[in-house]
Design a binder for this molecule. Structure first.
Ligand code: RB5
Length: 146
């Protein structure tokens, strides 16, 4: 699995925490910023990461900002992206097994690094269940293709 990860200035600490986790799990990733000391606009990070996932350059994307909301709104504008804003472990598991989410958004001002790390671990390692959930995800894809 290859992961594209980025954050704005509000999400740098959790981004680093998740990169350390991916190092431990031997998951390949590329860090698309932002740089330390920056103050940036989250769409400038969310949209390029989402496009890389939609094109198939990366299997998954992870985006962190202050709330996770801006990143998730922006990423979900990109066709083919199913970005889930997650702040609990149950949703991390459910959005992979039910929604086949391909981008994860987290808010650093909402949860701490330990929970963020566990959410990312679950999200990165849970497979899609398919079956009836594939039918449902297909309806989202069909709407996008209109
Ligand atoms: C930046 O101050 C903040 O607005 C951003 O990190 C994010 O929370 C937006 O949704």
């Amino acid at each position: 699995m290859k992961v594209a990860i980025a954050s704005d200035h509000g999400g740098m600490n959790i981004r680093k925490e998740i990169m350390a986790l991916m190092d431990e799990l031997n998951i390949e990733y590329i860090d698309f910023g932002c740089e330390a000391g920056c103050s940036v606009d989250y769409p400038d990070y969310a949209i390029p990461v989402a496009e890389k996932v939609a094109r198939g350059d990366f299997d998954r994307g992870i985006l962190v900002c202050g709330t996770g909301i801006g990143m998730s709104i922006a990423a979900n504008k990109v066709e083919g992206v199913r970005c889930a804003l997650v702040h609990d472990c149950f949703s991390a598991q459910a959005t992979r097994s039910h929604n086949d989410s391909n981008v994860l958004a987290i808010g650093e001002r909402v949860i701490g690094p330990g929970l963020a790390r566990e959410i990312a671990r679950i999200w990165l390692t849970t497979p899609f269940d398919g079956g009836r959930h594939e039918t449902r995800v297909s309806k989202i894809k069909a709407y996008e293709a209109k």
